[in-house]
Write a protein that binds this ligand. Structure first.
Ligand SMILES: [Zn+2]
Length: 49
């Protein structure tokens, strides 16, 4: 599987860049859309920053 989409952002815990295929769910906030994704390094579910 290859993807041309940019990474989702960095893990707020360990700083690892989270690739888009780690996306779990997208949701809406008062500030706009946000996502939950699984960090490939610490394997935690985070909001990429
Ligand atoms: Zn992490």
């Amino acid at each position: 599987m290859s993807s041309t989409r940019p990474p989702l952002g960095g893990c707020p815990h360990c700083g690892t860049e989270i690739p888009d295929y780690r996306l779990l769910i997208e949701y809406e906030t008062a500030d706009g859309p946000s996502v939950f994704a699984e960090c490939p390094s610490c394997e935690d579910v985070v909001t990429p920053a």
